[in-house]
Each structure stands twice: as structure tokens, then as C-alpha cells.
Design a protein around this ligand. Structure first.
Ligand code: FMN
Length: 337
């Protein structure tokens, strides 16, 4: 029984962040009352081996929806094979002033400029420890807003060290459009230095904890083909384990929802699908099978996910499609596999 369309009609009457808080509270309630299986069905088991890990299925939740890891079990009970929590920064920070999320309903899209609002890495680690961990947990790390870009590496190292023992994989987010200068880290010497340092850290931490945890890099959809080619080479040269393509977009391709189209922030959902597909295909070509890619961006239907998997992605993630279609989107994608 899919009650989500009804629930969505109610939720969409609220301002997006309020709706988010309400839906997370409702999801927690459903989970605690042990109603998740009744409402969302049993999680489909279609195991895939990627990054040296066995994922219960290939459909994951993209970063940003559960920034603090507060709802891992309740979200996993919706049917996801993996949950990426974060972006988390070393210290708690409030993010940008509200309103900072906008629904473009006619476009099946969102624009957000949250700015890494989160309760800090110590809080997140406690939440992961308290979770049941019956799916793969990725932890997405970033830098604090008030850390100068020259010291960004220190923030990533701090967050990486802190989350390492608790993550199944760690994602380095250098592609959010909402932290000034962050995307500069996707290029040239800054990228090389960041990845070189994190790779060294990974080797030390693997020794210390006697377990190797994969390190992934999440990239923007607004990169040129040449940028993607350079970036792919740097990922390979530094022994990065995987890539995630893509984050939200700075572009505004033909939006119908005029009211919010000019809001600053990252666009997600249906309008970025083509752009994200293009970046995925260029990245896959440039990586030439040297590491797996998780595809995200504009997956609003099973067909959208299939296209990315057929292009060569190993796993997919949802954000905006999950907001618009609810947990039924996960099972409809997995039914096609
Ligand atoms: C409200 C909102 C907040 C997000 N926050 C983050 C974040 O903290 N870290 C991150 O890596 N991506 C974040 N994202 C990007 C998503 O993880 C995803 O890459 C992007 O939305 C494209 O996928 P979609 O079209 O399925 O939404 C956010 C997206 C939205 C809509």
C-alpha cells in the first residue's frame, strides 16, 4: 500500500525544512512502532559487491538528508541498501540563514543552499554507534565555513580520523556549491594535495584499526569534460577507491517554477538528470574501470536508475526523487534489476 502520495500532499503544505523535520519524526515513529515493513515492504535483497563491501542492494540514500546520522535505522527500514550520512564538519555549525531550501514542484526539483548545517562530527559518531548498522553506512565529510581554504585539508583530516572506525566508506565532499571556494578543491594542486594527504591518512588508519576503509570523492555536475578528465587522472594517481557523480548544480536549465528559479543554491532533481548523466559517462570513460562510480543526480524513476547502471555505474543514490516519490521509488528501481 503506497500512502506516500497522500502524505506528500500534506507535507508539501509545509515549508520544506519543516516538512523534512515532520517526515523524519513520522519515519522514526513508524520505525519504533515496527510498522516499517508493513508500510514499505521487506528490504529487497539484491546483494552487490563494490569497494570490497557487500551492499544489501544497489540503491542508496544520498548525502544531505540525514546530515547528523540521527535517522539511520528508520531510513534503512525504507529499503535502502546503503545510507550516506553527512556532510559532517569537524565542528557544529548553523549553516545559512533560512529560508534555504525551495521546492520547484512543476520541475520535480529542489534548490538548496543549506551550507553544511550540522551538529559536528562527535555527535554524528555517537549516532552511528547507537544505530543497528544493518546496512552499509557511508560518511560524507566537509570543511567548516570559517576554516580558510588554505587550511581545508586539516578539517578533512580531522573529520576523516574521527569517522574512520565507524564508517564503511568515507566520501570527501568537494562539490557542494554552498560553501564558498569549496569547489576550487576539485582542481589542480589543491586537489592533489588534499587527496595525497587523505590517502596517507587512510594508510595509517588502516594499520591502526587493522581495517581498510574505502575513500571516495564526490564531484559537481558543473565540471567541463576537460576538468573531469584531469580530475579522473588525479583520483587514479592518488589511489582513490571510488567516485560519486554528482552533487547539485549551479546551472538553471529551462525551469518552469519561475517563483524560485532565481534562488541561489544547488539545483537537484529532474532538471539535472541529463547533466549528471553526461558527467557520469565522461567520468566512467576517463576512469576506464579503475574504480567504481556511484551515480546520483536526477533519478526520479526506475528507468533513470537503470540508465545510470547500464552506463556503468556500480550503485545509485537518491535524494530529490525520494522526496517526491517516497520509499516506493526504491522498490520500483530494485524490481527492474
Ligand atoms: C536539501 C539538500 C541537501 C543536500 N546536502 C548535501 C550534503 O550535505 N552533502 C552532499 O554531498 N550532498 C548534498 N546534497 C546533494 C545530494 O546528495 C545529491 O548529490 C544531489 O541532490 C543530486 O541528486 P538528486 O537529484 O537525486 O537530488 C544535498 C541535496 C539537497 C537537495
Amino acid at each position: 500500500m503506497n500512502i506516500y502520495p497522500l502524505l506528500r500532499a500534506v507535507l508539501f503544505m509545509f515549508e520544506p525544512e519543516r516538512a523534512h523535520a515532520l517526515s523524519m519524526a513520522a519515519l522514526e515513529l513508524v520505525y519504533r512502532l515496527k510498522l516499517s515493513r508493513l508500510l514499505f515492504g521487506r528490504r529487497r535483497s539484491v546483494p552487490v559487491n563494490v569497494l570490497g563491501l557487500t551492499f544489501p542492494n544497489a540503491v542508496g540514500l544520498a548525502a544531505g538528508l540525514d546530515k547528523n546520522g540521527d535517522h539511520i535505522d528508520a531510513l534503512a527500514a525504507c529499503g535502502f541498501g546503503f545510507i550516506e550520512i553527512g556532510t559532517v564538519t569537524p565542528r557544529a555549525q548553523p549553516g545559512n540563514p533560512k529560508p534555504r531550501v525551495f521546492r520547484l514542484v512543476k520541475d520535480d526539483a529542489l534548490i538548496n543552499r543549506m551550507g553544511f548545517n550540522n551538529d559536528g562530527v562527535d555527535h554524528l559518531v555517537e549516532r552511528v554507534k547507537a544505530s543497528k548498522r544493518d546496512c552499509i553506512i557511508g560518511i560524507n565529510i566537509g570543511k567548516n565555513l570559517d576554516t580558510p581554504l588554505e587550511l581545508a585539508v586539516d578539517d578533512y583530516v580531522r573529520a576523516f580520523q574521527r569517522v574512520y572506525p565507524y564508517a564503511d566508506y568515507v566520501t570527501v565532499n568537494i562539490s557542494s556549491p554552498n560553501t564558498p571556494g569549496l569547489r576550487d578543491l576539485q582542481h589542480g594542486e589543491q586537489l592533489r594535495q588534499l587527496l595525497h594527504t587523505l590517502k596517507q591518512q587512510q594508510q595509517q588508519l588502516a594499520q591502526q584499526y587493522q581495517r581498510y576503509k574505502p575513500l571516495l570523492v564526490k564531484i559537481a555536475p558543473d565540471l567541463s569534460d576537460d576538468d573531469i578528465s584531469d580530475l579522473a587522472r588525479t583520483l587514479i594517481d592518488n589511489g582513490i577507491d571510488g567516485a560519486i557523480a554528482t552533487n547539485t548544480s549551479n546551472q538553471r536549465p529551462d525551469l518552469t517554477s519561475a517563483a524560485f528559479a532565481s534562488e541561489q543554491g544547488g539545483l537537484s532533481g529532474r532538471p539535472i538528470r541529463q547533466q549528471a548523466d553526461h558527467v557520469l559517462s565522461v567520468l566512467l570513460r576517463e576512469l576506464d574501470g579503475k574504480m567504481p562510480v556511484i551515480a546520483v543526480g536526477g533519478i526520479m524513476s526506475a528507468a533513470d536508475a537503470q540508465r545510470k547502471l547500464q552506463a556503468g555505474a556500480s550503485l545509485v543514490q537518491l535524494y530529490t526523487g525520494f522526496i517526491y516519490s517516497g520509499p516506493a521509488l526504491i522498490s520500483s528501481i530494485l524490481k527492474e534489476m
